[in-house]
Design a protein around this ligand. Structure first.
Ligand SMILES: *Cc1c(COP(=O)(O)O)cnc(C)c1O
Length: 383
């Protein structure tokens, strides 16, 4: 049956009958273009969530669509047993924009975390990790072991590797937690799922120094902050440091699923140490190459767009880091989100009552004004 032949009630019923209920959903979306998506009734929404920081190039950017279409018609899959041009070219582009040396492709952020943890364990021959309170690194078992939220992690224990959690933004706490069996520290440069939590400006460089001193690897999770989101290709670049490993996914393929880890010179998997059937496939890598080409011209305008969000939302004390915007709302977050949806703007409630905005990086100033006006009205509707 074609989805167009099902009405919204039928789709909802079919969905809830056959799909495990891990997510709650409301809207039935059928189309996206630029900063907007449309539902099945033709209603138009300004998308300030962008598929959770995935659609950095906006919805269905023509350059991305063309790259995917051309590759799909040419060679859709061939495994990692063979060379393909786009995989090599995409890796070269990633190395050039990151200052790292080697790439291993995955299919998601979780798989990137799993790969980073494996790489740290196999090269250091140590098995313990340090991660941050309220941090999020994905839902595979190793990724989950390093994800703090007890609600997400504890039902699945005992998990490996052993992970010590320290307060986010406190470099000294990391120093204190390092032990002789510590393989690596893993952290987000800005915490996303926690609600856009920005650490002190010197945090990353302090942690880099501490890791160097202790001979411990630094894994920076750029799954959400990467691919231009913060106004640099990667958020660690604002701190002027080089991590040992970074993890990427979300915006990497503009919506086509792909993830990766990038490692610095001298750190890599050897033959047979890791693998994946789908990862680094032709279509994903074509989407990735096109994504970098499109974002190249978009990144420079991000500080200006971020400043506009700051200005327009200033009475709500927004935390703004590039185009990651968080506002502490508390128990009324769902009400704000629901008001915004009703008035044609999609926003997200992250953890702990934090309203989170992750707009397409291609959003225009006019669209930012339109979105902030509705958010403003949503706050007014509360009082
Ligand atoms: C989303 C996210 C992940 C997990 O990525 P998936 O593709 O959902 O597995 C990991 N780390 C961070 C920081 C994320 O935001």
């Amino acid at each position: 049956m074609n989805t167009r032949e099902m009405n919204i009630q039928e789709v909802k019923k079919c969905d809830s009958t056959y799909i495990m209920p891990t997510f709650g959903r409301e809207l039935l979306l059928t189309r996206g273009e630029g900063s907007y998506v449309w539902d099945c009734e033709g209603n138009k929404y300004l998308d300030l969530v962008a598929g959770i920081a995935v659609c950095n190039t906006g919805h269905c950017h023509p350059t991305i669509v063309q790259a995917i279409q051309m590759q799909t018609e040419t060679l859709m899959h061939c495994s990692n047993l063979y060379y393909i041009p786009h995989r090599a070219i995409f890796a070269e582009k990633l190395v050039n924009i990151s200052g790292m040396a080697k790439v291993f492709f995955t299919n998601s952020g979780t798989e990137a975390t799993e790969a980073a943890i494996k790489l740290a364990r196999v090269r250091t021959k140590k098995h313990a990790f340090i991660a941050c309170e309220n941090g999020f690194h994905g839902r595979g078992s190793a990724a989950l072991a390093c994800t703090h939220e007890p609600k997400i992690r504890e039902p699945f224990g005992p998990l490996q590797p052993s992970c010590t959690f320290v307060p986010y933004g406190d470099a000294h706490a990391i120093k204190e937690a390092i032990a002789s069996d510590t393989a690596a520290v893993i952290l987000e440069p800005v915490q996303g799922q926690a609600g856009v939590i920005i650490p002190p400006a010197s945090y990353l460089s302090d942690v880099r120094d501490i890791c160097d001193e202790a001979g411990v690897l630094l894994i920076v999770d750029e799954v959400q902050t990467g691919m231009g989101r913060t106004g640099a290709w990667f958020a660690y670049q604002h701190a002027g440091i080089l991590p040992d490993i970074i993890t990427l996914a979300k915006g990497l393929g503009s919506g086509f699923p792909i993830g990766a880890i990038l490692a610095r010179e001298g750190l890599q998997f050897e033959r047979g140490e890791h693998g994946s059937t789908f990862a680094g496939g032709p279509v994903a890598c074509a989407a990735g190459c096109a994504t970098i080409d499109v974002l190249q011209d978009v990144i420079t305008a991000i500080p200006r767009k971020a400043a506009l969000f700051s200005e327009l939302l200033q009475e709500h004390n927004p935390r703004v880091y590039g185009l990651m915007i968080g506002i502490s709302v508390g128990e009324h977050c769902a009400d704000i989100a629901s008001y915004c949806t009703t008035h044609g703007v999609l926003v997200n409630c992250a953890a702990h009552g934090n309203l989170r905005l992750l707009p397409p990086l291609t959003i225009s100033d006019e669209e930012i004004r339109e979105g902030c006006q509705v958010i403003q009205a949503a706050f007014s509707s509360l009082s």
